[in-house]
Design a protein around this ligand. Structure first.
Ligand code: OSB
Ligand code: MG
Length: 368
């Protein structure tokens, strides 16, 4: 049983501006969740909702509000993540808020049992493959420079953000320079089905996948598009819960899913979607939302599951932040992998003093 829940609304400065089809950010917000139990054991989670409702309707402020008012008490009354999820099952949506709390309970449970989180989840590998997500830049020349520096660091695949006007010509130049790299693209819902001739032309670039080309909750038009393209469609935004994965599979809307533990409400749902996809032969991988080292610990654990078949959007701490809030920071091996820690829980120490420096708002919740 929990004794105290702390919420920190933090703002972290990114090393580079990150631009997608829905806008550019240099500072990222999120909510860090700390849960302490009666014995003084502590678990950490993260709701990586940004300051504006652009990727999804959630924001750092809504996550803070929903956790404070509707989730914290249930968390403090729950002995494990499963019990928590059952207690809050009537609350609609707000998956990132739920995930932040659920993950803290997972970390706590793993620490109580003296187990690394990845083992508790049923992971099967001690090293995970890392790719890197590269934002839209001012020019193709700048983009080529950025790609080259990430490849030098060892990242195993490059994901490029695209939008109308930053697509075909950009990819043509990148493919000319790098004919053999693992390359994929992510449109963050920037196109319509009517744009299919342009999307069809991307088939010539031998892309690993095309991520979320159409509307953020669509699975119908994606099922039409998927039949027109050779490039596999991967869904991100459209898959918010296990039922969505089932529906997208039945409709043929995608052949790959990017599972973001935060987007689907935490690690229980991550595993459900993972297991369903494994049962129907659909590969998955773990995506991200520019998490701090805390959320990254949960992503790393999720990426050890058996049906993770592509490199993940789980990059080293220094790709995102000059100074991360965990020790050691997440780092890349020369082979472009991240070693999975074998300490209990997420396996890294959380630096409370670094969190405090970045905190805009702090709240403590205890049972009365
Ligand atoms: O669509 O995958 C996305 C970042 C913010 C919002 C949406 C997305 C992303 C990324 C970065 O692509 C993934 C990461 O490295 O965390
Ligand atoms: Mg995406």
């Amino acid at each position: 049983m929990g004794r105290r829940l702390d919420l920190y609304l933090v703002e972290m400065e990114l090393v580079h501006k990150f631009e997608t089809s829905f806008g550019a950010t240099k500072r990222r917000q999120g909510v860090i969740v700390r849960i302490e139990d009666d014995s003084g054991e502590v678990g950490w989670g993260e709701a990586p909702a940004d300051s504006e409702p652009l990727y999804s309707y959630e924001t750092s402020e809504t996550a803070f509000y929903i956790i404070s008012n509707f989730l914290a008490e249930s968390a403090l009354r729950s002995n494990n993540p499963e019990e928590f999820l059952d207690r809050v099952k009537l609350i609609r949506g707000h998956n990132m808020a739920k995930a932040g709390v659920e993950m803290a309970l997972w970390d706590l449970k793993a620490k109580r049992e003296g187990m690394p989180l990845w083992k508790l989840l049923g992971g099967v590998r001690e090293e995970i493959e890392s790719g890197v997500s590269v934002g839209i830049e001012e020019s193709i020349e700048k983009l080529l420079g950025t790609i080259s520096s990430y490849l030098e660091k060892g990242y195993r695949r490059i994901k490029l953000k695209i939008k109308p006007g930053w697509d075909y010509e950009v990819l043509k130049s990148v493919r000319e320079e790098y004919p053999d790299i693992l390359l994929q693209v992510d449109a963050n819902a920037a196109y319509e089905l009517n744009d299919w001739p342009l999307l069809k032309k991307l088939d010539e670039f031998d892309l690993l996948m095309l991520e979320q080309p159409l509307d953020y909750d669509d699975i119908v038009d994606h099922s039409v598009l998927a039949r027109m393209l050779k490039t596999p469609i991967c869904l991100d935004e459209s898959i918010k819960k296990p039922e969505d994965a089932y529906r997208a599979y039945r409709l043929g809307s995608c052949s790959i899913i990017n599972i973001k533990p935060a987007r689907v409400g935490g690690l229980i749902n991550t595993r459900k979607i993972h297991d369903f996809c494994a049962s129907v032969g659909m590969p998955v991988w773990i995506g991200g939302l520019l998490e701090t080292g805390v959320g990254r610990g949960h992503q790393v654990a999720a990426a050890t599951l058996p049906n993770i078949r592509f490199p993940n959007d789980i990059s080293a701490s220094d790709r995102y932040y000059e100074k991360d809030i965990v020790d050691p920071p997440w780092s890349l091996t020369q082979e472009g992998t991240i070693r999975v820690p074998n300490k209990p829980g997420i396996g890294v120490e959380v630096l409370e003093s670094e969190i405090e420096k970045r905190t805009l708002k702090h709240k403590v919740i205890q049972l009365s």
